[in-house]
Design a binder for this molecule. Structure first.
Ligand SMILES: C[S@@+](CC[C@H](N)C(=O)[O-])C[C@H]1O[C@@H](n2cnc3c(N)ncnc32)[C@H](O)[C@@H]1O
Length: 213
């Protein structure tokens, strides 16, 4: 990040709502106790997810890639009373940490945590979704997309995170870099898919905003 973008990000953070207490604690504890805390969405993206939920008013939300629960709790903060989130995390060591924060936030009824591989869990979910936040393994985005597509209501949105992948999408790709290749293949697939409307939101690491027609 350049000095200017660090300064601008701070300016943005200084002018938006403050992070709530539970999210602040979750953010802090993730940085103290977890590997790769950079994976956490953080306050700016969390606030955007919350407000997108307020706008879209989804009844059923699916998240692929819970990590420590920051994005799930952020989205929960923007949902209507009867709405529900299914969130899937493959790393079972994270379960106690995630569950303790879901409970701290009083979201036990709102968020169901599924521990397992999304490729195996998604086919077991017998629901239609209005919003999907895709944030799991970047090499599997195409597979997640194919699995969830028939489970989306028409007019449903997918938000796919990290689709600019630190700018690597416009650099020469190392043939062994399967992560960048996964993102490039996904972005191309979405571009060519006439069943959806799409735009890339160029903030943070890029979010593909996709709407099923
Ligand atoms: C970028 S982190 C998610 C960050 C979280 N959504 C947030 O915004 O704070 C990606 C997570 O996806 C999980 N993951 C990777 N592959 C997965 C899979 N196939 N199924 C479920 N979770 C997966 C990883 O273990 C990791 O915790």
């Amino acid at each position: 990040m350049t000095d200017l973008s660090i300064e601008l990000e701070q300016y943005i953070l200084d002018h938006i709502d403050e992070e709530g207490e539970v999210l602040k604690d979750l953010n802090r504890q993730t940085h103290v106790k977890m590997l790769q805390p950079r994976m956490l969405s953080g306050h700016l993206q969390g606030q955007i997810l919350k407000m997108l939920c307020q706008m879209i008013k989804p009844t059923n939300v699916l998240e692929i890639g819970t990590y420590t629960g920051y994005s799930a709790l952020s989205m929960a903060g923007g949902l209507e009373k009867e709405a529900h989130i299914d969130t899937i995390e493959i790393n079972d060591e994270l379960e106690p940490f995630i569950s303790s924060f879901i409970n701290k936030a009083g979201c036990g009824d709102k968020i169901s945590l599924h521990i397992g591989d999304a490729l195996e869990v998604i086919p077991t979910l017998d629901k239609k979704y209005d919003l999907v936040f895709m944030d799991g393994d970047k090499r599997l985005y195409n597979e997640y997309y194919d699995l969830i597509f028939d489970k989306l209501n028409s007019g449903a949105y997918i938000l796919a995170d990290n689709v600019l992948w630190d700018g690597k999408v416009v650099e020469d790709v190392n043939p062994n870099d399967t992560y960048t290749k996964g993102i490039l293949d996904f972005n191309k697939k979405i571009k060519l898919d006439s069943r959806v409307e799409k735009v890339i939101l160029p903030f943070r690491d890029g979010i593909f905003l996709i709407r099923k027609k």
